[in-house]
Design a protein around this ligand. Sequence first.
Ligand code: ZN
Length: 204
Amino acid sequence: MSMEAAASYGPAERALRVVHDGSEIDVGAAERAAADFLRALGMDTTAESLRDTPRRMARAYAELLRPSPFSLTTFPNDEGYDELVLARDIPFHSLCMHHMLPFHGVAHVAYLPGDRIIGLSKLARVVELFARDLQVQERLTVQVADWLQTHLAPKGVGVVIEAEHLCMSLRGVQKPGSRTVTSALHGLVREDSRTRQEFLALTT
Ligand code: ZN
């Protein structure tokens, strides 16, 4: 995913406007395709109960694939805080790239501050930025970690994602409720064993 970002620098506070610039969604074309898709699956799209379904499908997928813009505001780490900052159990949902079925669960996102700190709610926005896309869980995990490493330049980043994939749990491969866990670690969260242990203990 690519982003269009404009930085505006104040004396202390810095805000990076994060706008998804993926190709435009053609909702009309998606609606026509959804009607074709339903008919190909043997559904009668002229039935009253299905008449509006292609439109709803197109809008629902458009929403699921389009993250809301946000400002990544960072502040100087004046107090020199040097312990892990962790946002636990951030709920998220995404769409699996292989089946276009949802996978959903929680993300635990931590960083070890460098010169700057970030509002905690923004960690959830970064997860959403990459979750609203066709995804595989491993890629989502790495993208969130890489993005924070690049834009916040902390001393370390750790991301753990636990998710249930409906393409697995609904199709008999695995039992409903079974979760897949992925992680991506950077900097001292990866290299310093004490910090890594602390992060992993906090996320389990
Ligand atoms: Zn799948």
